[in-house]
Design a binder for this molecule. Structure first.
Ligand code: EPZ
Length: 416
C-alpha cells in the first residue's frame, strides 16, 4: 500500500485550484442510469471513487469514458444487478437501486456494509422507496427491489440524510405524479444533483431547502453538465495556510457553501477574504481555540471535522469538537495524540487543549478525511511523518501531494 512521507513545510504560499466535487459527481453518475441519450459531465475529479462509479455503470449496461475531467455516459440495455465486489468498495453505489427500479421495475443491489466512521444504514432510503410503491427483500447481503411503476408520495424523512434525499429525489424524477420530500438534506451537492436532473428534463423544485418537490415525468434525456466545485477539498486546503503560517489563494473556491467553516476560521483569527476568482486565506497572528459542533448543512460539515481538529491542536486555549452526524469519526484523534496533540474524547465530544508543537510520527489513515487531517498535521510537525494506508486519501482528493507541493508542502508518495 502506498504511503506519504510528510516533512515540515511552510509557510505555504501560492495558489491552489479547486477540483470538481466528489460528493456531487457520485450521485450524478448514479442518476445517469435514467436519461436516454448521451450525457457529458465536465469538471469531474480524477478520483478512485469516480473510476469505481464508471465501472459500476459499465456493469449495469452503460458505456462510459473518462478523460481530462470529462465523463461521457450512454446507457444501453440495463442490467439490474450491482455486485457486492463493487458496492463494498464504494457505499455511494447503493444509489443505483432506486434508478434501476425506476428504469427496469427491478434491482438486485448489494447492501453496503458499514465503514470506518459508522454503521451507515440505508433504512431511510428503503422506507422512502417503499412509500413510492417499491417492495424489498434482503437476502444473502443483497437488496432485491421491485415495482412496476413508482408512484409519487409525501415523504417526511426522520433525518436530513444526504444520500437518502439524493436517492429518493432521483427515483421520484420518473415516478407517476408528485413527490414531496420533507426534512430533506440542504447540502449544495443535493442541489447540484437536482440541477443535473432538471437539465435532463426533470421537474424538481425546492432543492437547497428542506422541502423538495418532484413532478414525475415520462422520460429524461441526455445533457451536458458541469459539476460544482468541491467545498470539502477547498475547506481542507483552507486549513493549510493557518497551520503553516502562510497564505494560500484558492481558485474556483465555493465561498457561500463554506460559510460555517469560514466563520469558525475567522473566530480562530484566520484571515479569509472572498474575491471574484476565489478565496484568499491568511494565517492568524495568534490562533485561538473555538468550539465546533458538526450539523447538517448549513451547519458545520462533519466532513471538515477532522481537518479543523488538526488546526485546533495548535490553537491557544481549549476548544471542543462535537461530532453529531457519525458515531465513530474521531479515529484521527488517537493518531494526532501520537504526534503530541492533547485531545481527550468524552462521548461524542473531543476536548482539544492547544500545544506548542507537534512531532512527526508514523500514523495510520482510517478514512478519507482523517487521512487529510494527518497530512495537514505532518506539514507542521517537527521531523518526518509517514501516513500509511493513503488509498483512503486517493478516494477523495485529486493530486493532493501535487497541489500542496505547488504551494511549498514537502510531501512525497512511496509506492507500497
Ligand atoms: C454523505 O454521506 C457524504 N458522502 C459523506 O461524505 C458525508 O459525511 C455525509 O453525507 C454527511 O454530510 C457522499 O456524498 C458520497 P447521510 P451519506 O445519509 O449520504 C445516518 C466524505 O468524507 N443514516 O447524510 O451516507 C447515517 O448513518 C463522506 O466525503 C441512517 O441512519 O450521509 C449517518 O449517521 C463521508 N439511515 C447520518 O444518518 C439512513 O438511511 C448521516 O448520513 C441514512 C443515513
Amino acid at each position: 500500500m502506498d504511503k506519504l512521507i510528510v516533512e515540515p513545510s511552510g509557510p505555504l504560499s501560492g495558489e491552489i485550484s479547486i477540483s470538481g466535487s466528489k460528493n456531487a459527481a457520485l450521485p450524478i453518475l448514479m442518476a445517469c442510469i435514467l436519461p436516454r441519450g448521451r450525457i457529458e459531465l465536465t469538471n469531474v475529479p480524477h478520483l478512485a471513487d469516480i473510476r469505481t462509479s464508471c465501472k459500476l455503470l459499465n456493469i449495469l449496461g452503460c458505456q462510459t469514458s473518462f478523460e481530462n475531467g470529462t465523463v461521457v455516459v450512454e446507457c444501453g440495455d440495463l442490467d439490474p444487478h450491482a455486485p457486492y465486489e463493487l458496492v463494498k468498495t464504494m457505499r455511494a453505489s447503493v444509489l443505483c437501486l432506486g434508478p434501476l427500479i425506476a428504469a427496469l421495475g427491478e434491482a438486485k443491489v448489494a447492501l453496503p456494509g458499514g465503514c470506518a466512521i459508522g454503521a451507515r444504514p440505508v433504512d431511510m432510503h428503503l422506507k422512502g422507496l417503499e412509500r413510492m410503491g417499491a417492495t424489498f427483500e434482503l437476502t444473502e447481503g443483497y437488496i432485491y427491489g421491485s415495482c412496476d411503476k413508482l408512484r409519487g408520495a409525501h415523504i417526511v424523512l426522520d433525518f436530513p440524510t444526504v444520500g437518502g434525499t439524493e436517492h429518493l429525489m432521483t427515483a421520484a424524477a420518473l415516478a407517476e405524479g408528485e413527490t414531496i420530500l420533507e426534512n430533506a438534506a440542504r447540502e449544495p451537492e443535493v442541489a447540484d444533483l437536482a440541477n443535473f436532473l432538471n437539465a435532463c428534463g426533470a421537474k424538481i423544485s425546492g432543492h437547497g431547502t428542506s422541502v423538495i418537490t418532484i413532478q414525475g415525468v415520462p422520460s429524461l434525456t441526455g445533457c451536458e453538465y458541469k459539476v460544482m466545485p468541491d467545498r470539502i477539498e477547498a475547506g481542507t486546503y483552507m486549513m493549510a495556510a493557518p497551520l503553516t503560517g502562510g497564505e494560500i489563494f484558492l481558485r474556483d473556491c465555493p465561498f457561500h457553501e463554506l460559510e460555517s467553516v469560514v466563520n469558525k476560521l475567522r473566530e480562530m483569527g484566520v484571515g479569509v477574504e472572498e474575491t471574484p476568482e476565489g478565496v484568499m486565506v491568511r494565517a492568524a497572528k495568534e490562533l485561538l481555540a473555538v468550539d465546533v459542533d458538526t450539523q447538517p448543512y448549513p451547519g458545520f460539515p462533519t466532513d471538515m471535522q477532522a481537518q479543523i481538529t488538526t488546526l485546533m491542536c495548535l490553537a491557544k486555549g481549549v476548544g471542543t469538537v462535537e461530532e453529531n452526524i457519525f458515531e465513530n469519526r474521531f479515529m484521527h484523534v488517537m493518531e494526532l495524540n501520537r504526534m503530541g496533540a492533547n485531545i481527550k474524547i468524552k462521548g461524542s465530544t473531543a476536548i482539544v487543549r492547544g500545544v506548542d508543537k507537534l512531532a512527526g510520527a508514523p500514523v495510520m489513515a482510517s478514512d478519507l478525511r482523517a487521512s487529510a487531517s494527518l497530512v495537514l498535521a505532518g506539514m507542521v510537525a517537527s521531523g518526518s511523518t509517514e501516513v500509511q494506508r493513503i488509498y483512503h486519501l486517493d478516494r477523495g482528493y485529486e493530486r493532493l501531494e501535487e497541489k500542496l507541493g505547488a504551494v511549498g508542502a514537502r510531501i512525497r508518495r512511496v509506492k507500497g
